[in-house]
Each structure stands twice: as C-alpha cells, then as structure tokens.
Design a protein around this ligand. Structure first.
Ligand code: THU
Length: 160
C-alpha cells in the first residue's frame, strides 16, 4: 500500500480592493449578475462572470424551478452560455459571489461539485487554466489559479 497525499494551493485576499482593478471589475459584473438570480426557493443568490480571451464578459445567475433539480447554478448558466455563444474563445477568469436573504454570507463560497465538474470540462477542452475568484457578499476573496486546484482527481474525457 502506498499513501498518496494531494496538496492544493489557493490565494486568500482579505478584501476585494486588494485585487487588481480588472478582477474587481469582473467581480462587480458577478455582483450585478447576482441580482438577476431567480431563487424564490432557496433565497440564495449566486452571480458568475467569465472573462473570455476575446475580452467579452459572460454572466450567469442561478435559475431555480418548482421542480427543484430542474434549476441550474450560476456557474453552469454562465459557462454553458459562454460555450454556446463563443465556442472558439478561451475562458480566462471566472468571478463568483453569493448572497443569502436568510443570513450574511461573509465567507468565500466556492462552486458546488457539479459546477466544478462542468468547469473542468472546459479547462480540459481549451488546454488552458481557468482562474477562479470566489467570495460571499462581502469579506475575503479566494483565488484558485486553475479549476484543478478545486477538483483533484477530475473525471475527464481521456478515460473514455
Ligand atoms: N448554487 C449556485 O448557483 N452555485 C453553486 O455553486 C452552489 C449553489 C445555487 C443553486 C440554488 O439555486 C441555490 O444556490 C441554493 O443551493
């Protein structure tokens, strides 16, 4: 038996203002997108903004459904739209923010497992890392320089 230790690396910033202006602007787009969430059931609004290598910014927000599993997270709403609208573009950076009507979300909120898998697909496809910044409604911001930091042992198409 051999034990394998997996390490990951994240950057943690105390506040958004510590980041370069371009990242602050992308996060502002995510914050605006958060207000477009349709989340009457969870009251948990998530906004996503993706910067592409053609300089376009694609946004998304969570869209819920009375049949709960039919809803979709903000990250996948954004990433699938980016893939549909600009199939040739590389996704460079993703900014994520979440707020709740039930409590103050002052901790960084990472993408859920299903969204990590969806983002991983595009990182593998474009052979270029997708940088991910995530935060709550305020407070610390976490940066992962690649989706792979958030999803070790990713399931990807080379095994098919
Ligand atoms: N949600 C997202 O939009 N992204 C995530 O990564 C986690 C969860 C949404 C789904 C649902 O509308 C609400 O947040 C509560 O789970």
């Amino acid at each position: 038996m051999k034990e394998v230790k997996i390490e990951t690396r994240l950057e943690v910033y105390d506040k958004l203002e510590e980041l370069p202006q371009s990242i602050q602007d992308l996060m502002k787009a995510a914050i605006e997108a958060r207000d477009t969430a349709y989340a009457p059931y969870s009251k948990f609004n998530v906004g996503a903004a993706i910067l592409l290598d053609n300089n376009e910014i694609i946004i998304g927000s969570n869209q819920e459904n009375a049949s709960y599993p039919s809803g979709l997270c903000a990250e996948r709403t954004a990433i699938y739209y980016a893939g549909a609208k600009y199939p040739e573009a590389k996704m460079l950076t993703m900014a994520l923010t979440a707020s709740s009507k039930n409590q103050v979300t002052d901790k960084p909120i990472p993408p859920c497992g299903a969204c990590r898998q969806a983002i991983a697909e595009y990182e593998v496809k474009q052979e270029y890392p997708i940088q991910i910044y995530f935060m709550g409604a305020k407070g610390k911001v976490v940066c992962s320089n690649s989706l792979s930091n958030l999803l070790p042992l990713v399931f990807e198409n080379s095994v098919l």
